[in-house]
Write a protein that binds this ligand. Structure first.
Ligand SMILES: [Zn+2]
Length: 96
């Protein structure tokens, strides 16, 4: 079972307890995957917007809300909707 599937299973249980939270699941799963990768792989997803300076990871915003996006706080830009990051990075970074 991949870490994404594991997260989805946990969040599915969570939604059963709180059906109104279903709109938040994409953002929560993205943060679960980000946390898991931080331990095993490192910062992910790296910001594709800032070309120089220290490499930094994008953050999910809002952390708990509908329509989550990957955001670079340094540049103050929204890079891509959660779930559509792969094409935005132009590489095989998609975890699916
Ligand atoms: Zn950035």
């Amino acid at each position: 079972m991949s870490m994404v599937e594991e997260s989805v299973v946990q969040r599915r249980w969570w939604v059963e307890q709180w059906p109104e939270g279903v709109a938040y699941v994409a953002g929560l799963v993205a943060q679960d995957v980000q946390d898991a990768l931080l331990e095993t792989y490192g910062r992910w997803p790296l910001c594709p917007v800032c070309g120089d300076g220290d490499p930094h990871a994008l953050e999910v915003e809002p952390e708990l809300g509908p329509d989550p996006h990957w955001v670079c706080h340094k540049a103050g830009v929204s890079v891509a909707p959660v779930g559509a990051l792969g094409p935005a990075l132009g590489s095989g970074a998609s975890s699916s």
